[in-house]
Ligand binder design. Structure first.
Ligand SMILES: [Zn+2]
Length: 138
């Protein structure tokens, strides 16, 4: 297994209420020439935890940080206008994210939970402060 030092939270940059799921992200990423979905987990608005790329395989979700990280993405992140960054997580997504991050943190106790924005300030993703929100839950 590779060494995991970061668990990176993303949003998919879809507008609130989007019904996209892992299969849609997978199709989109393949259309860009990737071998499969770049994230290790995708959480649609109904709170299902969908497994994408196997954890043992390097993901494609955060430039310069893929090798040592796990990428988790919730569907949403934009207001209904489709362009303003917004924390659109449903209650079910919040519960699922917490559960998944807790599980990943147990598996990789030394890994820091951060948002994409913490590694690349040019990005609004995931549109909430993941590092502080999940810090207390370790
Ligand atoms: Zn991101």
């Amino acid at each position: 297994m590779r060494t995991i030092t970061l668990i990176i939270v993303h949003c998919s940059a879809n507008k609130a209420g989007s019904t996209l799921r892992l299969t849609d992200i997978d199709r989109y990423h393949r259309s860009m020439g990737w071998k499969e979905c770049g994230y290790h987990y995708v959480i649609p608005t109904d709170g299902t935890i969908e497994a994408g790329r196997p954890e043992a395989v390097v993901g494609a979700h955060c430039r310069n940080h893929n090798r040592h990280s796990i990428g988790v993405c919730y569907i949403g992140g934009l207001a209904t206008d489709g362009k303003t960054p917004a924390d659109t997580r449903t209650e079910k997504q919040k519960i699922a994210l917490k559960k998944l991050l807790c599980k990943l943190h147990k598996r990789y106790p030394k890994a820091l939970i951060v948002g994409h924005h913490d590694l690349n300030p040019m990005k609004a993703c995931p549109c909430f402060d993941a590092a502080s929100e999940y810090h207390a839950k370790r």
